[in-house]
Design a protein around this ligand. Structure first.
Ligand code: FES
Length: 112
């Protein structure tokens, strides 16, 4: 499996208000901006494939626009309305994000 992927994007191209859908060697992923931190999570919801990249982001979590399941950006864990983890649900696939020279965004292979 490929270990790294250069997205071709630079940090300043990302909009904190709008997650960015990207195709990667590991499938469709979404980049989220949370303050100075970038998160990369699978782009489609494990519930019924809702578009998480069109979800709303608040308090460190993204809410799926279809049935409002919430996922913590940092871990991909499903959380309740108050941000409390909900064990027993599969975590979202996520990649570590590196911002390299000239703000270039590079992803590492997904964390199992
Ligand atoms: S498809 Fe995301 S909550 Fe149902």
């Amino acid at each position: 499996m490929q270990e790294r992927f250069d997205t071709g994007l630079v940090r300043s191209e990302l909009d904190p208000e709008r997650p960015r859908l990207i195709e990667t060697p590991w499938g469709a992923m979404a980049l989220f901006v949370e303050g100075d931190t970038l998160h990369c999570l699978q782009a489609f919801c494990p519930h019924l494939e809702g578009p998480l990249f069109q979800g709303s982001v608040s308090r460190g979590a993204v809410t799926c626009p279809w049935h409002y399941w919430r996922y913590e950006l940092r871990t991909g864990q499903r959380v309740g309305p108050l941000g409390i983890p909900m064990p027993g649900f599969e975590r979202l696939k996520r990649c570590e994000v590196e911002v390299g020279a000239a703000e270039r965004i590079v992803l590492r292979a997904p964390i199992a």
